[in-house]
Design a protein around this ligand. Structure first.
Ligand code: GCU
Length: 609
């Protein structure tokens, strides 16, 4: 009787913890304990550790059975029946996808339980602790010492839970069930042309912050203004009303603010004599935000991005986006790219191509990508995985897409490199689809009025004339760019068709070609008519660039794709073998002929935009 009463009393507390708090911004600047490294894992395709034999979830019961893997239970004595043990289980590295770490998990789609033991004591009395995940694909159920902290859905954005009252000084057991199964109602849905890498694919750490801390802020140049910054700060904790300031020491700028009853304050100020951030001059300034109980700082670049008629203006001047698409994969090591070194290698290849822009496809890449792009002076298009045929009329699917978009913007809104949020890729035109996407565009504009918003749209041939291609997606009225994918010469005809193509583009906006390309196996040579040879790919690039250059409002291209990437849809033996071969660089890092052709085109563009 007594035990039940106690559990019932605890219930509201436990439930309150189920909501993932907004992840503290600028997490990597915080005092933290990294939980990266080896984690014990249990591969659980039947989810035996989650459901009882009646398929009832253990974590829905107020007194979960010890058979639930998240209880991390060890037999009290030799007579007690316990049929799992993390202590005796194998390990996987975190961060890392499981597919590239173990041959038997290469194609695995299902649940894997991760467990990490740790000791921690707040360094200051009154400080708070959060467990922070940079990303886990796709669904993550998180438990600490047998208690459910929450569930996060979406494989590519950060999430965190407060654990201040749930930790003990030593022997904490953090358990995460990660499930990368694909779902019809998911974002993405069942069908994608990339590898469904599962696991704790990004950093995991315990963040320590003061009792009342700066959980969110934005410091961005006002849209269209070359010399004004506006922003806000939000505090989380008991002491909501505080005095604070924004400091930019290198500019001698200090601006005060006072947070209100909600812990919120807005500020704006003149950006005196700052060098504006651009690819030619990626000038970053140290910006510190402080209040009476907390202080955080990071490097920020100041620039404006906007569209005027058919021009894209960076800091008020027209720019041509010399771009390339990229998946978040390190082909040399295999698996998801996950570290600053991976980002530097991939962005370095784009730099060698003389790019000033990348389209990070088709989902948010790890945080280091945008931070290093800030340093290197590379502009970015960031996208959420609303890809192909999403369930447009499913409200949960819309909520899922909205939360992924909010988490992405929440994480990267202070990155100068990021100039465009993309809400979708190659989605078939329909009323429900356009309404769905317009909601996402509206949300992006509400969350961040300073950047461009768009989507990778599609073209269709004129039914009356197969050589006329029409761009008339109704979504375009809501986007800043007329950005679309075209595969003339690969999925549509042969490269010679390019010379005969007529474009009908029903918009007066800047045109960005977000994909074109062809598969080529690196090292396979032949005549330019033979598919999958480097010569065919090179020829297709030459003819597409000639065709596209005739579009008067062409303001950029991001061909598909910088480097070959894994896809379960690509099975052609001896050529694809599980790889999409549209890279300009092979999986071994060797450049293909088309790489040099595109670089030449970009060098010419850079010389005479
Ligand atoms: C599509 C899609 C990509 C895909 C590419 C291809 O357009 O957006 O995700 O990989 O085409 O077919 O290679």
């Amino acid at each position: 009787m007594k035990k039940q009463f106690l559990i019932l009393a605890l219930l509201p507390l436990a439930l309150a913890r189920l909501e993932a708090s907004d992840s503290p911004i600028n997490a990597y600047s915080r005092q933290s304990l990294s939980l990266n490294g080896k984690w014990n894992v249990i591969i659980d395709p039947y989810e035996t550790g989650f459901y009882d034999y009646r398929y009832q979830p253990y974590d829905q019961s107020p007194a979960p059975s010890m058979s639930a893997f998240f209880m991390d239970h060890r037999p009290a004595d030799k007579s007690e029946l316990v049929e799992y043990s993390f202590d005796r289980s194998s390990t996987l590295m975190v961060p890392g996808d499981w597919n590239s770490q173990s041959e038997k998990l290469f194609y695995y789609e299902g649940s894997v339980w991760y467990r990490r033991l740790f000791d921690i004591k707040p360094s200051q009395p009154g400080n708070r602790l959060f467990v922070y995940f940079g990303g886990a694909n796709y669904e993550a159920d998180v438990y600490l010492n047998g208690e459910k902290l929450g569930r996060h859905v979406g494989g590519f954005t950060p999430f965190s839970y407060e654990i201040t009252n749930a930790v003990r000084p030593a022997g904490n057991s953090l358990i995460v069930k990660v499930d990368n199964k694909r779902h019809r109602e998911g974002v993405p849905t069942l069908n994608t042309d990339w590898w469904n890498y599962g696991g704790l694919t990004r950093d995991v750490m315990i963040l320590e912050v003061p009792g009342t801390f700066i959980t969110d802020y934005c410091v961005q140049q006002e849209k269209g203004s070359l010399d004004r910054v506006s922003g806000y700060v939000r505090l989380d904790g008991a002491r909501k009303v505080q005095k604070g300031r924004v400091e930019i020491p290198e500019l001698g700028t200090t601006v005060g603010f006072t947070t209100d009853q909600e812990g919120f304050a807005r500020f704006d100020f003149a950006l005196a004599k700052a060098q504006l951030w651009s690819p030619e001059n990626p000038r970053l300034y140290n910006v510190a935000i402080s209040c009476e109980t907390d202080r955080t700082s990071e490097k920020v670049g100041f620039r404006t991005i906007e569209v005027k008629g058919t021009e894209i203006l960076l800091n008020g001047r027209p720019i041509f986006l010399r771009g390339i698409c990229l998946h978040e994969e390190n082909p040399l090591r295999g698996g998801r790219a996950r570290s600053a070194e991976d980002s530097r290698m991939l962005l370095g290849w784009a730099r060698e191509l003389d790019c000033n822009f990348l389209r990070l496809a088709h989902y948010p890449h790890n945080e280091s990508m945008a931070r290093i792009a800030d340093e290197m002076g590379l502009l970015l298009w960031e996208e959420i995985p609303v890809y192909w045929t999403i369930q447009w009329d499913n409200p949960q699917t819309l909520d899922n897409a909205k939360s992924q978009l909010s988490e992405l913007i929440g994480r990267d809104k202070n990155r100068a490199s990021v100039i465009c949020w993309s809400v979708a890729n190659e989605t078939p035109v329909s009323g429900p689809r356009t309404a769905f996407l317009k909601q996402l565009i509206g949300l992006a504009r509400d969350l961040d009025p300073t950047r461009l918003v768009s989507a990778a749209m599609e073209v269709h041939a004129d039914p009356a004339d197969a050589k006329t291609f029409v761009v008339d997606d109704p979504l375009n009225e809501a986007t800043d760019l007329t950005s679309f994918n075209e595969y003339i010469g690969w999925y549509v005809g042969v490269p010679d068709l390019c010379a005969q193509v007529r474009w009908v583009i029903k918009s007066q906006k800047p045109v960005l070609i977000t994909e074109f390309g062809a598969d080529a196996l690196q090292g396979l040579h032949g005549d330019a008519q033979t598919r999958f040879t480097e010569e065919f790919q090179e020829d297709l690039y030459r003819k597409n660039l000639q065709m596209l250059s005739k579009i008067p409002q062409l303001r950029g291209t991001t061909p598909w794709i910088l480097v070959d990437f894994r896809s379960p849809k690509r099975t052609l033996p001896g050529i694809q073998d599980g790889w999409n071969r549209k890279g300009l660089i092979g999986e071994n890092g060797t450049k293909k002929k088309a790489f040099y052709l595109l670089r030449q085109y970009y060098e010419a563009k850079a010389a005479a935009p």
